[in-house]
Design a protein around this ligand. Structure first.
Ligand SMILES: NCc1cc(CSc2ccccc2)c2nc(N)[nH]c(=O)c2c1
Length: 369
């Protein structure tokens, strides 16, 4: 089960493979977010074609609609969505906090109001694991609290201590052996609280460890310092997952710090807003320049949009509010991030990750002030 194997190392960056019930995956990897059981506008076949490996779904959203029972009736997310997997589901806690709906957090769990119809909904460590077992993801996440930012140090400490007690309840309740439960290290941007969370979480020896509570509004410097501190103290023989991160530069930096797994809505969300990711920075396809540009979004990209369309055509689709525009820009941006980690893996295998990362960053930020 799981079997995380490091295949190459370059500084703290590493390539690895791990086995899931639905296939062996390669890291470092970027995982597309499919909140409601779909990566917005992208079909399962397109996801496979662009190199997606693990797709994410949201316990909070799927609990509210259509409900875990319906998904279970399809044999889980792979049957429901026709994406063969592997899947990873978040535990729901973060979405409750971030959706900011009237909620009450107690030792027992969290009661909140559905953003759909205002009805009262309850999540606890046990209920979160029960729902994730029904959804049938290959990797499930411990029910944790991602403290708001900013937050008092005392709150962050009390919160991480409760997250550890919730982790124990998740593991006690968990009954499916074919799902890997990842624990989540919290502690905000405070090194000593990160250490306290590590000291309390590592003994549970879960198959993988996530770094939570970051990319919540703290500055990049604070985020990278906390990632640096935490990643270096997680076991080298287990996958390290930096939750909700991030932009291309965050992946390049995170990989350098030893992070293996990333997820973010950024590529699909910014694509829907008309922005395209390239090695020369982000291109605003809403502006006037692309309208007369008969070149591809990115001449170095092999995605369907870059092989078939000009920037002028995509700019036209955006102005015409045609649904192919957000679809193709999302597809390109996902392929861009998958290609970015593919190139990172190649650089690690050749033990030249630092050189590659610096060269990538010099070009990517060249156009920016
Ligand atoms: N912005 C950072 C972030 C993002 C997510 C969501 S990651 C995600 C999103 C959708 C589907 C699967 C995973 C988090 N989830 C949990 N459980 N804890 C965190 O501290 C945390 C921090």
């Amino acid at each position: 089960m799981f079997d995380f194997q490091i295949t190459a190392q370059s500084g703290r960056a590493r390539t690895a493979t791990f086995v899931t019930p639905r296939g062996t995956v390669q890291t470092p990897m970027f995982m597309p977010v499919g909140t409601q059981g779909t990566v917005k506008g992208i079909s399962p076949q397109e996801l496979t074609d662009i190199g997606s490996q693990i797709v994410l779904a949201n316990t909070y959203h799927l609990l509210l609609r259509p409900g875990p029972e319906l998904v279970a009736a399809h044999g889980g997310l792979p049957g429901f969505t026709a994406y063969p997997g592997p899947f990873l589901t978040d535990s729901g806690g973060f979405q409750v906090m971030s959706l900011g709906h009237m909620r009450r957090i107690t030792e027992e769990g969290v009661t909140f109001k559905s953003h759909l119809d205002g009805s009262s909904v309850y999540l606890s460590p046990e209920r979160s694991v029960e729902v994730q077992q029904a959804l049938g993801a290959d990797i499930i996440m411990a029910f944790d609290e991602c403290p708001p930012y900013p937050a008092e140090r005392e709150y962050i400490q009390a919160s991480l201590e409760r997250t550890v007690r919730w982790l124990e309840r998740c593991l006690t309740f968990k009954s499916r052996e074919d799902q890997a439960l990842f624990s989540i290290v919290q502690g905000g941007v405070h090194a000593d609280l990160r250490q306290q969370s590590l000291d309390a979480t590592l003994p549970f020896a879960t198959p993988g460890f996530a770094i939570g509570g970051l990319a919540v509004g703290e500055g990049k410097t604070e985020m990278y310092e906390a990632v640096d501190y935490t990643a270096a103290r997680l076991p080298s023989g287990k996958p390290r997952y930096l939750m909700g991160v991030g932009h291309p530069e965050d992946l390049v930096a995170g990989i350098a710090l030893g992070v293996d797994m990333f997820d973010c809505v950024y590529p699909t969300r910014t694509g829907r807003f008309g922005y395209a990711l390239t090695d020369d920075g982000r291109v605003n396809m809403n502006s006037s320049a692309p309208r007369s540009d008969l070149g591809p979004i990115d001449p170095e990209c092999d995605c369907y949009a870059c092989r078939h369309y000009t920037r002028a055509y995509l700019a036209h689709l955006i102005r015409a509010e045609e649904m192919l525009a957000p679809r193709m820009l999302s597809l390109h941006n996902l392929r861009y991030l998958h290609r970015l980690v593919e190139r990172a893996r190649a650089a690690i295998r050749e033990d030249r990750y630092a050189e590659w990362a610096i060269c990538w960053a010099e070009r990517y930020f060249k156009g920016k002030n």
